[in-house]
Design a protein around this ligand. Sequence first.
Ligand code: HEC
Length: 144
Amino acid sequence: VRRLALLVLLAVLAAGCGSTVPGGGRKVTTPTPVTVVGTIPSQTGPAGNAARGKVVYNANGCGACHTFTPAGSTGKVGPDLDNLAASAKKANQGTLAQYVLSSIVNPNGYIVPGYPANVMPQTFGQKLSKQQLADLVAFLTQGS
Ligand code: HEC
């Protein structure tokens, strides 16, 4: 059901905003809707693209603090993002995608045990578009 919902979202997005920027995310030409209206269960916003998420990850310095094998990053300040699925299970804050999204937009909402609060930047929710966030989540949850 979830996969289908994502496909539907993707189709809606593709139809809704005819401008896809090659190279990703630098130029935002369409306004992001403030309210997302829908009946699709457990939706987390626009459908994400893992390849573009990698670009967002690298452009925002996530790798300086995080180890994540698909990005080739080896930061040690924050948790190893290769273990996200297990961490999400422990946190018990909804689905993996929901947990990852809230970890990025509201890092202090749940502090991973053993790590300090207020170290991860609190501003990604403002700085990144909904699409960029969805792409990041897709990148971080791939294969999970
Ligand atoms: C200055 C260092 C720093 C940067 C930069 C940073 N983070 Fe973090 N991050 C942390 C720390 C420390 C924690 C653990 C404390 C917490 O839960 O907020 C964390 C937690 C997380 C978690 C939860 C991990 C888990 O195991 O549950 C995710 C997901 C995450 N960061 C993703 C990102 C992404 C994506 C970026 C880039 C957009 C990023 N971080 C940038 C330091 C950082």
